[in-house]
Design a protein around this ligand. Structure first.
Ligand code: IMP
Length: 203
């Protein structure tokens, strides 16, 4: 069964595809010819994930998964949060976002941060299942590593002694907020009797 992934972020899409491969046949918006994206008007990751998943599910008629995610920095009261992609303005630019983050973190000694991901799965019947995941780390004073995307080069994982951008794609998926959210979603799908009909479509 095809599962539409409601994201145009190629790197995010690849991560989700890799994590879900073997479970579903993930297809992208581009592969289904869906070019429009809804405005992310929500104030939480879950609201925005729901907006994206519902819009693409309505257009495609397929079970659809969306992720909304971002970085929350302790000493910045949870910023950039839901504005992570547009932190330094639009059009979105990872390098500018990282520069602004470093500027706002200048002279800050508490450098704790976490990545957060909300994933929502919408079925053609209208039923939804959502889950979330996080990953905790420390912000460095300059970027390291070439892998991943977004804030990955600044996000240091003490247990690996590496930034998220220095991890291999497999290592990142095993510990990331998105990997954890998708694991939690899978657990929910396996547990919830309520969704038995919809699960038959997918599993
Ligand atoms: P979204 O596509 O609207 O959910 O925005 C996600 C934004 O959060 C991205 O543009 C990044 O700035 C940040 N982000 C989310 N996940 C990651 C990640 O795995 N690594 C680095 N940055 C991320």
């Amino acid at each position: 069964m095809e599962l539409l992934i409601a994201s145009n972020n190629k790197k995010k899409l690849k991560e989700i595809r890799d994590i879900l491969s073997g479970l579903f046949t993930p297809v992208s918006l581009a592969e289904k010819g869906i070019l429009s994206e809804p405005e992310e008007t929500g104030t939480t990751f879950e609201e925005n994930a729901m907006i994206k998943a519902k819009a693409a599910a309505d257009l495609s008629g397929l079970p659809t998964l969306a992720d909304d995610s971002g970085l929350q920095v302790e000493v910045l009261n949870g910023e950039p949060g839901v504005y992570s992609a547009r932190y330094a303005g639009e059009p979105t630019d990872d390098e500018k976002n990282n520069r602004l983050l470093l500027e706002n973190m200048k002279n800050k000694t508490d450098r704790r941060a976490k990545f957060v991901s909300s994933v929502v799965l919408v079925f053609p019947s209208g039923k939804t299942v959502s889950a979330s995941g996080e990953c905790r780390g420390i912000l460095l004073e300059e970027g390291r590593g070439e892998n991943g995307f977004g804030y990955d080069p600044l996000f240091f994982l003490p247990e690996f002694g590496k930034t998220m951008a220095e991890l291999s794609p497999e290592e990142k998926n095993a510990v990331s907020h998105r990997g954890n959210a998708l694991k939690n979603l899978r657990k929910k799908l396996e547990e919830e009797q309520f969704f038995s009909e919809e699960k038959k479509e997918l599993l």
